[in-house]
Design a protein around this ligand. Structure first.
Ligand code: SF4
Length: 260
């Protein structure tokens, strides 16, 4: 299937189904994916098996210059983003200057579009780093991935590149003391002959138990909307996502945003 890479560091604005008018920042390479997960549903495709050249990430100063230039240009066209979103070709918190880039972005946002939110979409794998956690606490919306409450399902769905310990991730998410949004992809299909379905009762019960422990300020649930690198995957119908959302609202009293 045809997946998609962002070919710029600052991209958009795009209309995001979850966030509104979003000006994107891609802190990863512009020609390949770089992620600590290799999710079978990732719209950026797979991590390269082997890299022929050194990975080049945009420097902190380049990111701030590009962001400033783009916001000045948008201002002259009377365009204002609802949100500045760190997303792109992989995991933004892998960037070694992530914390400094967040500080710069807050300063530029305050100066040029004070009403815009700053959001980071992250897969939660770098939360053992204090600088990443401190930076994420400064943004308006830190949207952190938890695709299942069962380790074997996460290993299959998200294909972590390094060691993965679900209990440690949950402990790290609890350190935000509620100042986080959990994002979860619901999906069905097969991968290498193994059946995947994180919407079964067993799955949803295990996932909700962790959500209850983490106590995020809200939850975003969604399903695939674009091409995926693995062919044998299906989206989950909106009415089924809604049922999961209702149970979270009723049992845990949390706000849930659903995107089909
Ligand atoms: S965490 Fe995001 S960028 Fe990384 S592989 Fe998964 S979907 Fe792709």
């Amino acid at each position: 299937m045809s997946t998609f890479l962002f070919d710029k560091t600052v991209f958009g604005p795009v209309i995001s189904r979850r966030l509104g008018v979003s000006l994107g920042i891609n802190l990863l390479p512009n020609d390949s994916k770089l992620c600590s997960f290799d999710c079978i549903y990732c719209e950026c495709g797979w991590n390269p098996k082997k890299r022929d050249k050194k990975v080049v990430l945009p420097a902190r100063v380049e990111v701030s210059d590009m962001l400033r230039d783009e916001l000045i240009k948008m201002n002259t066209e009377s365009l204002v983003p609802d949100v500045i979103t760190f997303a792109g070709n992989g995991e933004p918190t892998l960037h070694p200057e992530f914390a400094g880039i967040i500080d710069d972005t807050i300063q530029i946002r305050d100066e040029l579009c004070p009403n815009a939110r700053i959001a980071v979409l992250s897969n939660s794998t770098m939360l053992h780093k204090a600088s990443v956690v401190e930076a994420l606490k400064k943004v308006d919306d830190n949207i952190l991935k938890l695709d299942s409450g069962i380790t074997s399902t996460i290993l299959l769905l998200d294909q972590p590149v390094g060691k993965f310990d679900l209990q440690k991730v949950v402990q790290n998410l609890k350190h935000f003391e509620g100042e986080l949004i959990i994002q979860t992809m619901f999906i069905r299909g097969k991968y290498h002959g193994l059946v995947i379905d994180n919407t079964t009762e067993k799955e949803v019960v295990a996932w909700k138990a962790l959500i209850k422990e983490i106590r995020p300020k809200s939850v975003m649930i969604y399903t695939i909307a674009r091409d995926t690198p693995s062919n044998d995957l299906q989206n989950v119908p909106l009415d089924e996502l809604e049922k999961i959302a209702v149970s979270v609202r009723e049992e845990l009293g949390l706000t849930v945003q659903v995107s089909g």
